[in-house]
Every structure is written in C-alpha cells, then in structure tokens.
Design a protein around this ligand. Structure first.
Ligand code: SF4
Length: 457
C-alpha cells in the first residue's frame, strides 16, 4: 500500500523556544500552529517549572488536537521549547516525537531540532559499538546524547558547541535547561531560525510568521554556526564552527516556508513573485489566463501574470477541509484523493488556454491529474510553468524526496515529462533566475544541480 499525498514534498519540522515570557507554553501552542505547515505528524512542548524541572507533553496529530486547556495547564513557567514534526528519514513512531527529554545522572534538559544530520549513522554506530543504546531513530536523540555525555567536567555551552561541531548536516536546534534556553544552527545555515523579542522576554522560531503570530518583534536571524544562549542576563552569542557558509535551502523560499515569512532578509512572498516574473521572461507562452495550484504557488502566479500581462484567475480551488494524507490502494483512488483536494473552476477555464503555475514537480503524479482536471473542465490548452528548476537529486538535509529513481526529472527530459503529465507545454525556472530572485550569491540548490554543500555519507 502506498502512502499518497497531494503535496509531493514534505518539510521535516519546525521549532520554537520562549524565555522570560509569561504563559510560555500557551505562546508556544500559538507559535507552533503558525508553523503547522512544516509538520503535521506530531508535536510537543517542554516547559520549565519554577522548581527547575522540565514538564513535557507531546503526541501524534495537529497542534490544536494534541494541546487543549488541560494539557497547557500542566506546562507552567516562563520558558519552553516546542516542535512540530513530519517524519522523513526515520519512521513515524511516537518515540520519535520531540522535544526529547533527557533526565539522567544529574543532567536534566529538553531538546528539539529541525533538519537532518548526514553523519548520524556514522556517529551512532561508533557510540553503539561503545555500548550506548538508542531508543529512537531520530537524530535529535543523538544530539541530546552528545550534549548530555559531554557535560561531565564542562559547562552547557561548551558541551553543546562540542556536540554541534561533531555533527554534519542540517540542524536548527533549541535546548532548554533548568535556567537557560539555547538555540543553534548548523554551519551551512540550511534551515532558518529567527530571534524575536516579546515584552521583556525572547522568542526563537523556525520562521518569522510564528514571531508575528505571538506578537513578537523580529530581532535578527541566528547565524549559521552560531549558538545563542538566552538567560536572565539577556542574549549571549558564540560560534560552534568555523568556515561557516550561507547555504539556505532554496526550497524554503520556493515552497516550504509561509509566504508571510522573511528568511535571512528575503521576503518569501517577494521571492516567489519575482521568480514568477522571471519564469514569464524565460518561459513565455501564448494563452488566455494564468492560474496557480493553491496556495504555495500563488505568489509566483501573481508575478507571472504581472510580467506576461495575462489575467490571473482562480482556475483551481482548494478544499481546506480534506485530511492531508490519504492511504489509497489504487491509482484511480489516488487520483480521487487529489480531486478531493483540488477542483477546477469550469466557468473560468472552459474554452480557455490556461497557464498553470506550480512550485515544483517531484514525482509528477499531482501535475498529471491537474492537467487532466483542467482539460475535463473545458480548457483548450494547458501550459505548465514551474517556478523552480527540475528536481533531479534527492535531499539529505531534512526534506522527504524519496530516492533519485523516484524523481521524475532524474531520468527524463523536459519533453518526456511534458508528455507524461499530458501538458501542451512545460517550462521550468533556471537555477540562474532562482539566485536572481533570492538576491543571494549562496543557496543550497543540490536538488536541482547535485552540488551538495556537505559530504554525503
Ligand atoms: S537539497 Fe534541495 S531540498 Fe534539500 S536542503 Fe538543498 S535545496 Fe533544500
């Protein structure tokens, strides 16, 4: 039985942390809902009790379902960390939900992270040979173990820096101890992590949309390789790595992050709108209207319509109330799954040449169904325009792409893909235009060009 979802790519996780904020867990509950798009499998909040111990509640499901008034009342205090999760490299068991609480040998802390550590198997194998048993398949348990075991004879900050330095790959991590909140990013800066101010306290969150939701003001991004310590003396910064780079995941800008977030100074909506304009310049087509696959490609469709002069219309609508994941045994039932989620607006597309803007084609299943849906609703031509380059290489940094064999663009030309999805024409954004839209000279674009910023173990 195959797991099918109408979105073909999945973000791994989102994290938040609060310090010096009354009712911190309730604020985390709201912030995690703002990050719900980053993971729907499960969530958790660990909060600091006044006596210095840490309370934890986590469970499978959406934030609104896991946390009610009762659960939040058991999470007192003015400091906490929280997490939303989508499983990628590991299986989706309860034991992998975060935050992880470590309580042994006088060491008591909670940890949550977003990203994927590429040398985890190697480091775990080494530790297992020396007798350590892991209880989950999550990279976070490894991170927590390294922090905890490094504490003997040293302080928290040194221990976290040493652990972070041993791990290669993507992580945006928050750690809560009996009196301090720590936040750090890997030295490549794959995953975003922002610092905000809320009253006299501080907030860290995977995306700025979570800061906005709780009424925090943006202070700055946490830098690649940086470890931030937040305690009663304020914010203190140090670095766990040298030779840091700025390889932000380009899919954060293209697809994952919320349009109202700002990532390292780049407005996600602004990026997508400009990439749509550049897509129109690079891939023009004679047509009657532009439409988008709601909602992540809406901003790119606005840009495409502006640059092409074609009207932007709501040719497809999304049913907000359909469960996100379907497990369907046959192709025809999987097709029904997409149709439950998306519907063409016949009165708009009937008799029209339609340009459909989407953010990516990964396995091609959804694109094929969308093209057919629009034709069935009377579109005379369907031209697919993709606001990213062909997705041909798997991600090792926390995005669920499947294997290279499962990626359509890995084994097929653009023309072959066009035929497979049944479009009249198909055009992608170039890697050059992707950089141009971001206004950056460094990004991770490995899934488009196979140039991985780290060693791939
Ligand atoms: S490989 Fe692609 S999805 Fe993965 S971090 Fe790089 S840009 Fe993002």
């Amino acid at each position: 039985m195959e797991v099918f979802e109408s979105r073909e790519l999945h973000e791994e996780c989102g994290v938040v942390g609060f310090y010096g904020v009354d009712h911190a867990a309730t604020h985390a509950f709201m912030a995690l809902q703002a990050l719900q798009h980053r993971g729907q499998q499960g969530c958790g909040i660990a909060s600091l009790r006044p006596d210095g111990t840490i309370a934890l509640h986590k469970g499978a499901g959406l934030v609104k379902d896991v946390f009610g008034k009762n659960e939040l009342s058991f999470l007192p205090g003015s400091a906490c960390i929280g997490h939303v999760r989508y499983p990628t490299t590991d299986v989706g068991g309860q034991e992998n939900l975060q935050p992880f609480l470590v309580s042994s040998k006088g060491c008591h802390f909670a940890l949550a992270h977003n990203g994927n550590i590429v040398n985890a198997a190697r480091v775990k194998g080494f530790l297992e040979k020396h007798g350590h048993l892991f209880h989950s398949t999550s990279d976070s348990e490894l991170f927590a173990y390294l922090v905890g075991s490094g504490l003997h004879g040293t302080d928290w900050e040194t221990s976290i820096r040493t652990a972070a330095n041993m791990l290669d790959g993507a992580f945006a991590t928050v750690i809560l101890t009996s009196d301090t909140l720590y936040a750090c990013r890997d030295k490549y800066g794959f995953r975003p992590l922002s610092l905000g101010r809320l009253g006299e306290g501080y907030v860290v969150a995977s995306e700025t949309c979570a800061l906005e939701t709780v009424g925090a003001s943006f202070v700055r991004d946490i830098e690649p390789g940086e470890l931030v310590r937040i305690d009663r003396n304020g914010v203190h910064s140090s670095y766990h790595a040298r030779n840091c780079s700025r390889c932000m995941c380009s899919m954060e800008l293209i697809y994952f992050s919320r349009s109202d977030s700002v990532i390292e100074g780049c407005s996600v909506h602004g990026f997508r709108r400009l990439s749509g304009r550049l897509l129109s310049d690079e891939q023009p087509v004679e047509a009657d209207l532009v439409t988008c696959v709601p909602e992540s490609s809406m901003s790119a469709a606005i840009g495409y319509a502006e640059a092409s002069g074609l009207p932007l219309e709501m040719g497809l609508i999304k049913n907000m109330y359909v469960a996100r994941t379907f497990i369907q045994p046959t192709q025809s039932l999987r097709d029904v799954g997409v149709k439950m989620k998306l519907s063409p607006v016949r009165s708009i597309v009937n008799g029209k040449r339609v340009v459909v803007i989407d953010d990516s084609i990964v396995r091609g299943t959804t694109s094929r169904i969308i093209v057919q849906m629009l034709r069935d609703a009377g579109a005379t031509e369907v031209h697919m325009r993709i606001a990213s380059p062909p997705y041909a290489w798997p991600c090792y940094y926390g995005i669920d792409t499947g294997t290279r064999e499962q990626l359509l663009a890995a084994g097929h030309s653009v023309e072959e893909i066009r035929k497979m999805i049944g479009a009249d024409s198909l055009g992608y954004l170039s890697v050059k235009a992707l950089y141009q839209a971001s206004g950056r000279s460094q990004l991770c674009t490995a899934c488009f060009d196979g140039r991985y910023p780290t060693e791939v173990y």
